[in-house]
Write a protein that binds this ligand. Structure first.
Ligand SMILES: *[C@@H]1O[C@H](CO)[C@@H](O)[C@H](O)[C@H]1NC(C)=O
Ligand SMILES: *[C@@H]1O[C@H](CO)[C@@H](O)[C@H](O)[C@H]1NC(C)=O
Ligand SMILES: *[C@@H]1O[C@H](CO)[C@@H](O)[C@H](O)[C@H]1NC(C)=O
Ligand SMILES: *[C@@H]1O[C@H](CO)[C@@H](O)[C@H](O)[C@H]1NC(C)=O
Ligand SMILES: *[C@@H]1O[C@H](CO)[C@@H](O)[C@H](O)[C@H]1NC(C)=O
Ligand SMILES: *[C@@H]1O[C@H](CO)[C@@H](O)[C@H](O)[C@H]1NC(C)=O
Ligand SMILES: *[C@@H]1O[C@H](CO)[C@@H](O)[C@H](O)[C@H]1NC(C)=O
Ligand SMILES: *[C@@H]1O[C@H](CO)[C@@H](O)[C@H](O)[C@H]1NC(C)=O
Ligand SMILES: *[C@@H]1O[C@H](CO)[C@@H](O)[C@H](O)[C@H]1NC(C)=O
Ligand SMILES: *[C@@H]1O[C@H](CO)[C@@H](O)[C@H](O)[C@H]1NC(C)=O
Ligand SMILES: *[C@@H]1O[C@H](CO)[C@@H](O)[C@H](O)[C@H]1NC(C)=O
Ligand SMILES: *[C@@H]1O[C@H](CO)[C@@H](O)[C@H](O)[C@H]1NC(C)=O
Length: 595
């Protein structure tokens, strides 16, 4: 039966998925440990059985729940039949691009191997997510939410919510990532997705014609008269989604690590790769359940009707099922500024504290002088050397066999060039490993110019950047006059509307090699990315951590790699229930000791 869609042989092995253990090497900041087994399971989120990537047998994977400055240790076991890297989207990896989980910094974890990520979630709070970064795997799953809580000594700018609910939404194909990759490799488009999933589940049957029987939907149960924090991430492939909850306001409070000016929205556009927190007050009568909707944006709604995620908000005292039509999406077919104005309305709360006690606005980004300017322009896909590729500033990025950061460490020459152009190249597009030469402690202005007719979001690892402006047309020097120099929000993923530009400012204080990419998965797969290399001219272990002992080797350094004992699959008993319980007690005891 499709309703019992998610099955797993792993479930019996891994009764408890998350192990919290305590380390003691660095005294005051607690260690939080997770064991992640990444494997295929069969699931039928849209009623069609398919191979899905699960973490510990779950799809989506477990939520990572940590607090500012915790040391996070995630031992990842790769039970897929291909290489794997997990990327912690929006986690800044301060001084430690070694742990970022993208090909420019890490060698992939081969099938049957495990690799332990270890990093400190330094000076951060907020809502983020993780996903597998290689081979289009995100289209098959492997993702989950990340919560970074405030330390108890720093108050959040709203009353403590009654509950904390994570929601991942995203477009979905019933074909797996291998099949989708094949389509892209053949130079074809993926076409319209088959649906939108909410927490890994297909739509509630709100309409018998549009939704076939036997699909399992997500039901979120709440108590009446409370306020919940709902964290929503778009983990999909390429579709911007409008998120709304019938008859309820969404009070926006946080996005990707910044507390925003609190404002009510009846619906909000969430683009691929973005995360938001809302406060939801359960102040409606419980005459029925309510719809939670994530519908495709900027498309023909008649043909895209089935590409709609529908879940249910269920009050514990609800008297009936949700019925009738879905709440309307924004009616802005003829108003292309509506969504952009909504994006501009999202602003930083300059008086709220973020991860540190001082107000967010005490970092006055508007008064810092820019030291370098890059205009990055995408173009519709082109054929280069007989292959369909996508470009950024005329260059389609080719990942080197030896990761950039590793090549630097071992002084391997010729892996990449620090020649990424400050303005888009005008000649014939080319394939290359061109990297941006970032100046340590510089202040970089990046203009993202979207020359395609589809929506893009751009993400940068290692940093939160300030979104200071966006508009339709081509950016010029005069556009700077429109910048928000006061309360532009600091985040790691920004949308760039078709035929429009978005300007961001980045304070290059984090040493490492950092991915700058489109979150649109097919464009990324076809080469629309680069890296920003930030080097301290006086290297030391304070501005960048040394290479971790367990670093994997590949490419021209593969001879340094020792073989791994892959018999781990049966030796995970230490991760048992009792230990989890006791160590959770120990963590809370330790936390209360320090605050
Ligand atoms: C993906 O789908 C293809 C074609 O349907 C199938 O042959 C293949 O076994 C699937 N691969 C995985 C890893 O599920
Ligand atoms: C693999 O996992 C084991 C524990 O199960 C750990 O001791 C080892 O360090 C891990 N290997 C790597 C390369 O992280
Ligand atoms: C901004 O944060 C402050 C400090 O926490 C809070 O009191 C205030 O309500 C917030 N303002 C808005 C508009 O969200
Ligand atoms: C996260 O962990 C904290 C304890 O550290 C707990 O209070 C909180 O309820 C957890 N949040 C979620 C969403 O599990
Ligand atoms: C279901 O959707 C179809 C197609 O949009 C529409 O014609 C029909 O009126 C809907 N049914 C109900 C009960 O709303
Ligand atoms: C948001 O809407 C709720 C009702 O849903 C209301 O109680 C609250 O005052 C509104 N907040 C703001 C900042 O507008
Ligand atoms: C409950 O609320 C719904 C919509 O919010 C409204 O249509 C309905 O009339 C209300 N019912 C009662 C009994 O107040
Ligand atoms: C949307 O698609 C339908 C069905 O293909 C078509 O009849 C309609 O003209 C389209 N609407 C727009 C605005 O393009
Ligand atoms: C920025 O540049 C202006 C003139 O170029 C200079 O007067 C000012 O002191 C600089 N500000 C900072 C913070 O360096
Ligand atoms: C990179 O930038 C630094 C200054 O930040 C400069 O010294 C160096 O020469 C540049 N390297 C290249 C290859 O342009
Ligand atoms: C792309 O750039 C070309 C040439 O500059 C321009 O004519 C065209 O309008 C642009 N298209 C979009 C969607 O921005
Ligand atoms: C950094 O630490 C590593 C080992 O932890 C050491 O080998 C190296 O010399 C240190 N580098 C600097 C510049 O201090």
């Amino acid at each position: 039966m499709a309703a019992a869609a998610i099955t797993s042989t792993l479930f019996s092995v891994l009764l408890i998925n998350i192990c919290l253990l305590l380390g003691s090497a660095f005294a005051e900041d607690p260690f939080v440990n997770y064991e992640f087994v990444v494997s295929y399971i069969t699931a039928s989120p849209l009623g069609v059985p398919q191979q899905v990537i699960a973490v510990n047998g779950k799809f989506p994977g477990p939520t990572i729940n940590v607090t500012t400055n915790n040391h996070l240790v995630v031992n990842v076991r790769n039970k897929l039949d291909e290489n794997l890297l997990l990327h912690w989207s929006g986690i800044q990896q301060r001084r430690s691009s070694w742990q970022d989980g993208v090909l420019g910094t890490n060698c992939p974890i081969p099938p049957k191997w495990n690799w332990t990520y270890q990093f400190q979630v330094k000076d951060q709070i907020g809502s983020f997510f993780y996903f597998p970064s290689l081979n289009f795997q995100r289209a098959s799953g492997g993702f989950g939410s990340i919560i970074v809580n405030n330390r108890p000594v720093i108050s959040i700018p709203f009353d403590t919510p009654y509950g904390d609910i994570t929601v991942v939404i995203g477009d979905w194909y019933t074909q797996n990532h291998t099949a989708l990759r094949k389509t892209l490799n053949a130079g074809k488009e993926l076409g319209m997705p088959d649906g939108v999933l909410v927490n890994g589940k297909g739509p509630y049957r709100y309409n018998d014609t549009l939704v076939p029987a036997g699909i399992d939907h997500e039901k979120i149960t709440v108590e009446p008269g409370k306020t919940y924090r709902i964290r929503v991430s778009n983990v999909g492939i390429s579709t911007s989604l409008n998120f709304r909850i019938q008859s309820h306001n969404l009070l926006l409070t946080e996005t990707e690590g910044s507390y925003t000016v609190q404002q009510n929205y009846t619906s909000l556009d969430i683009h691929v790769g973005q995360s938001y927190s809302f406060l939801l007050t359960t102040d409606q009568n419980a005459s029925s359940d309510y719809y939670i909707v994530a519908s495709a944006r900027f498309v023909n709604e008649t043909t895209w009707q089935r590409v709609t995620g529908v879940a249910v908000l269920h009050y514990t005292n609800s008297k009936g099922k949700a019925s009738g039509p879905l709440p309307d999406p924004p009616q802005d077919q003829f108003d292309r500024t509506y969504s952009m104005n909504q994006a501009r309305s999202i602003r930083w709360n300059v008086s709220a504290s973020g991860a540190r006690p001082n107000p967010q606005g005490s970092f006055r980004y508007g008064s810092i002088n820019v030291t370098e300017v890059y205009v990055l322009e995408n173009k519709p896909p082109v054929t280069i050397d007989g292959k369909r590729r996508s470009t950024l500033s005329g260059i389609s990025f080719a990942n080197p066999a030896t990761p950039i950061r590793l090549a630097d460490e071992y002084k391997v020459k010729g892996v990449y060039k620090l020649d990424f152009p400050t303005r888009p190249l005008t000649g014939a597009p080319r394939i290359g490993t061109s990297v941006i030469n970032g100046t340590y402690r510089g202040f970089m202005e990046v203009i993202l110019q979207n020359n395609e007719t589809k929506m893009h979001t751009y993400h940068m690892s290692g940093y939160a950047f300030f979104v200071v402006g966006m508009d339709y047309g081509v950016w010029t020097e005069n556009s700077r006059g429109t910048y928000n120099k006061w309360d532009g929000v600091a985040r790691s993923t920004t949308q760039v509307y078709p035929g429009a530009w978005t300007a961001i400012l980045i304070s290059l204080d984090n040493v490492g090699v950092w991915n700058l990419r489109t979150e649109n998965l097919d464009s990324w797969y076809l080469g629309q990315e680069t890296y920003v290399r930030v080097v301290n001219p006086e290297p030391n272990n304070k501005t960048e951590f040394p290479m971790p002992d367990n670093a994997l080797f590949c490419g021209s350094l593969s001879k340094l790699q020792k073989p791994q004992d892959t018999s781990f699959a049966t030796s995970i008993k230490y991760c048992g229930l009792n230990l989890v319980y006791t160590s959770m007690l120990m963590v809370s005891a330790l936390i209360s000791m320090f605050y």
